[in-house]
Design a protein around this ligand. Structure first.
Ligand code: ADP
Ligand code: MG
Length: 373
């Protein structure tokens, strides 16, 4: 158990990971008067530009992690897949208020879903699978379609296979030998929503408005906040159960599925800032990034007020061309470009938050302007 400690402005916050989440965390920290140190393997990581000290090294480089720890008064992370033993070293040698246990439990979908199930919150039926026979046995019990996912390291739908029949399974070469997999019942989804919560080292908890998330190719595509389907209370109840089982410090987001029967399931938990809460930068009194910095530095947590509804659009590589022509016609659009040099289709290059008086009209306009072929 980490003792709560207040870290005052002027201190250095060390962040493991310098992607867009690290960059936006750093921007909040800098605005609050902290210094920032960042470790990232990419030499032009987005957060390099927002750090006093940038350590260009692999996430499993022990010496580099030590350098980050020595240079920082407090350590946090935006990267989820930190090696277990290395993270435990960091926790014993430096001040890491988030600890190691929760992150480690959430790194593997099997232990993650197991913990959620044990908390009494509802999860989609799942099983660990090591070959096609296991997937077939699972489908016999739960029915097709089934989604097979890598247990570790997956993000933005990477390492996922939707299998609708025995035949599809045979034609899909799932690399079982390379890593651990789980099978999950593939739901007929009505909606996806997410709830972002921050808990400080003093135990104060704040909750952001429920977000509604639209995905394309398993990648987040649009967020609407507040969600047009109001299950805030049900989602909060599920999160409370999970918080009684897993100890959280800092910001985290729970992703939920709602199936066509209206049942709410926990999908996964991100113990870090989350793409679906980027709208909070402009639409709320404090952002998810501000909330995280306040929470880990042990400051009082202000209640979250949302100024008005928001629509967030991710800018993937292929969307950037449209920016030049369309974007600057819209003064109510807040554009964020992460500064990634390599532009690839399906890579998250930035996002736009639209403060939307009329959500439906905004979504229609996006369809017109950004989805024309
Ligand atoms: P990632 O770690 O890549 O975000 P998720 O498990 O959240 O992995 O899956 C990404 C997306 O794929 C989900 O947001 C959802 O749109 C779709 N998906 C995943 N699992 C299921 C499922 N069991 N049923 C229906 N859709 C799913
Ligand atoms: Mg997800």
């Amino acid at each position: 158990m980490t003792l709560s400690r207040r870290i005052y402005p002027g201190a250095t916050i060390g962040i493991i990971g310098g992607g867009q989440l690290g960059k936006m965390l750093a921007q909040s920290a800098l605005r609050m008067g902290y210094k920032v140190a960042v470790l990232d393997p990419s030499e032009d990581a987005p957060a390099k530009a927002t750090s006093h000290l940038f350590i260009n090294a692999a996430f499993d480089d022990e010496e580099a992690l030590k350098q980050l720890g020595d240079a920082s008064d407090i350590i946090t992370y935006e990267f989820e897949n930190i090696d277990g033993p290395l993270l435990e070293h960091m926790v014993s040698d430096y001040y890491v208020p988030q600890g190691a246990g929760t992150l480690l439990a959430l790194q593997n979908r099997e232990t993650e879903k197991g913990a959620v199930e044990q908390s009494g919150a509802k999860v989609v039926p799942f099983a660990s699978v090591a070959g096609d026979e296991d997937v077939r046995a699972f489908a016999e019990k739960e029915g097709w379609p089934v989604i097979v996912k890598t247990a570790t390291g997956g993000y933005d739908g990477k390492g996922q296979y939707v299998i609708d029949s025995d035949d599809t399974l045979e034609n899909e070469a799932i690399p079982y030998g390379d890593t651990q997999f789980i099978a999950e019942k593939y739901l007929d989804l009505e909606r996806e929503v997410s709830l972002t919560v921050a808990r400080s080292t003093n135990g104060e908890t704040i909750i952001f408005p429920l977000q509604e998330n639209l995905h394309r190719n398993q990648i987040l595509y649009r967020t609407i906040a507040p969600s047009r389907i109001d299950v805030q209370k049900e989602a909060e109840d599920e999160v409370k159960k999970i918080m009684n089982k897993l100890h959280f410090t800092g910001v985290f987001t729970i992703e939920f599925f709602i199936d066509t029967s209206g049942a709410l399931y926990v999908n996964e938990i991100a113990p870090r800032p989350h793409n679906s809460a980027h709208h909070t930068i402009e639409s709320c009194s404090i952002s998810q990034f501000d909330a995280h910095i306040l929470a880990v530095t042990g400051q009082p947590m202000p209640k979250v007020l949302q100024h008005g509804p928001a629509v967030m659009m991710n800018l993937l590589g292929q969307d950037l061309d449209r920016l030049d022509t369309d974007l600057y016609e819209h003064p109510e659009w807040h554009v964020h470009l992460y500064g990634k040099t390599a532009r690839k289709p399906e890579r998250k290059m930035g996002h736009v938050t639209m403060l939307a008086d009329d959500v439906e009209e905004t979504l229609e306009r996006l369809k017109r302007d950004f989805e024309k072929e």
